[in-house]
Write a protein that binds this ligand. Sequence first.
Ligand SMILES: Cc1ncc(COP(=O)(O)O)c(C=O)c1O
Length: 371
Amino acid sequence: MNASLQSNALFLNMSGNLPPKVPHVFNDAYRGAVGGVLADFEPNDLIGAHQFRGSERDRCAGARFVARRLSEMPAPDRIVVANGTQSILLMLLASLVGRGRRLALESLSYPTLRSFADHLGFDLSPVPMDEEGALPDAFEAICRADRPAAYYAMPTLQNPTTGIMSVVRRQAIAEICRRYGIAIIEDDIYSLLPRDMPLPLSTFAPELSWYILGTAKSLAAALKVAYVVAPTAAAAAERFWPGVRATYWMCAPMNGSVVSKLIEIGHADRIIEAVRAETRARQAIVAERLAGADLRTRPDCLHVWLSLPDSRPASDFVSELRALGVEVSTSSTYAMGDTRPPNAIRFGMGTPRDRADFERGLNTITKVYFK
Ligand SMILES: Cc1ncc(COP(=O)(O)O)c(C=O)c1O
């Protein structure tokens, strides 16, 4: 993106899908949690030593947080507290996949995975998708041909397509992973705003699964805390012990403790509720303005996947929007390997500072789409 456009105060970057800010709830909750942590701990005790998997208290809070999605609360010994999802993905991909091996993932997926593949020297095996996500038959064919070491899964409100895998599809994918001995790395980051999502893929093959629930899409984008559930306590200890100082995946103790506090006193619930309400309010405007458009989203989803007619190539559409001061992303951003991206764009709910700015950006998108 052009730097001068970005620095223009009226320019709206709607390409990201951050959760909307909810200062009326977040600010006091966060201030209270920081004060609570400083009252609970002597600062030097809290910060005086590394916590490789997180403190016992932070892992207990993490177990409580992930229990929002799992059928039962995992033992705290299976939890690893990390400084965000990206950080833990880098660690897991380095150790579960690694140089010269392969990662299977949906053909449209989180672009960071492409950078990690380049960085760590592994190859990608993109799996064809339908509206739910990875197709089981195609996945099995890739498992047979490519023998991937792991599968990166995002079965709940997929980025970018917003796909949600049915339980039957989750069972089928888990069964294939079992048959071919493929580790599952599940990124469930978009799952906390909706209330009615199927159980994570990991619950169908827990012995193979590294389940990651980050806070960046439900509490605040830069909180930098994610919880991982390892297949077993032994697996967590083996991969996240002091000897594997390959990267710094640990979150700073103050940060981890503040998020623990938010969870313990129920303020994480209040923030998620407020983010959900603001997301739904913005999505209601999308449903009204873009009625009749070929789009995929849900009332509690942080992004919209908007398909374009063949006569309007996504790159031209994005340039037109940019000239009018609005940035969105094209489908090519998410295409893995040699996947040919469909003609579509993605825009997010949360980057504009308030609802009025969001509406301004959306009006521009609507004007260009319906012209
Ligand atoms: C699928 C997915 N996982 C993880 C992240 C980022 O998580 P974190 O900020 O915790 O690294 C994003 C952000 O866009 C994402 O889309």
